[in-house]
Design a protein around this ligand. Structure first.
Ligand SMILES: Cc1cc2nc3c(=O)[nH]c(=O)nc-3n(C[C@H](O)[C@H](O)[C@H](O)COP(=O)(O)O)c2cc1C
Length: 234
């Protein structure tokens, strides 16, 4: 029996029963069919993240972001603990909602500041799901933003299987603003399932490969996440 593979699905919509959550659930159900994969959901509905104030305290002190009083700690811990991450987001203003952007800004600077070794070797696997109300409403821009975020964080973004998914999954509700409207878009659901499967498979390949190569790869690949990122302040 191989090592367990942990996938985190982040639904970035602020609303309940969101289209983002519907597609994320499809992706994670599909991912869970890959043996050894366990999934967890982080629903950003009702979560709030203060925005980075550029104080650089994380960088100076080599610590996690010092802002308190919101849900960032949970976001940070779940993100660093996962082997694979799927971000499912609605399109806001042809991009991602500000809450997700705020969390990622602080995550990035926190992880980079706290990382004990150079070079960084996080190598998580990432997948992007984006959907909006309109065709050409910004889905590909948001996908690209999420992919850039993964790259910046030393994660490996997966493409789906063409033509179902190109560089990510998702689609449009074709003008319907309601939560739940994406359920009638079969292609969006198929593409989300496809991204879920690809993230799960590649995460498993990486987790298993790292286990087998323990004596050969540099030690940076085997960082004790709990020790360095989570229990640091306890
Ligand atoms: C503030 C705001 C900005 C939006 N901007 C866009 C946009 O630029 N392009 C688009 O296609 N849809 C846009 N939408 C529509 C949502 O992306 C769409 O309704 C989506 O299905 C919502 O997903 P959710 O249920 O996961 O929140 C916007 C909605 C809001 C509330």
């Amino acid at each position: 029996m191989g090592k367990q593979v942990k996938l985190l699905g982040i639904s970035a919509s602020p609303r309940k029963g969101s289209n983002s959550m519907i597609l994320l659930t499809k992706a994670l159900d599909s991912a869970a069919k890959v043996s050894g994969v366990v999934t967890e959901v982080l629903d950003l509905h009702k979560k709030s993240y203060k925005h980075c104030i550029g104080c650089s305290a994380c960088n100076r002190r080599r610590e996690k972001c010092i802002l308190k009083g919101d849900d960032f700690e949970e976001f940070f811990e779940k993100w660093v603990s996962a082997d694979g991450i799927i971000i499912s987001t609605p399109i806001y203003h042809m991009s991602v909602p500000s809450n997700l952007k705020a969390a990622l800004d602080r995550l990035g600077n926190s992880v980079i500041s706290m990382y004990p070794e150079e070079p960084r070797r996080l190598i998580k696997v990432g997948g992007a799901i984006t959907q909006g109300m309109n065709r050409f409403g910004g889905q590909e821009f948001a996908m690209q933003f999420i992919i850039n975020s993964f790259l910046l964080m030393d994660c490996i973004p997966v493409a789906g299987d063409m033509p179902i998914s190109y560089i990510g999954a998702g689609g449009s509700t074709y003008g319907d603003p309601k939560a739940g409207a994406i359920s009638s878009n079969e292609n969006a659901i198929l593409s989300a399932e496809n991204i879920g499967q690809r993230v799960a498979e590649l995460s498993k390949i990486i987790v298993t490969g790292k286990e087998h190569l323990r004596d050969e790869l540099p030690k940076e690949y085997y960082l004790d996440i709990q020790k360095h990122f989570i229990s640091k302040e306890e």
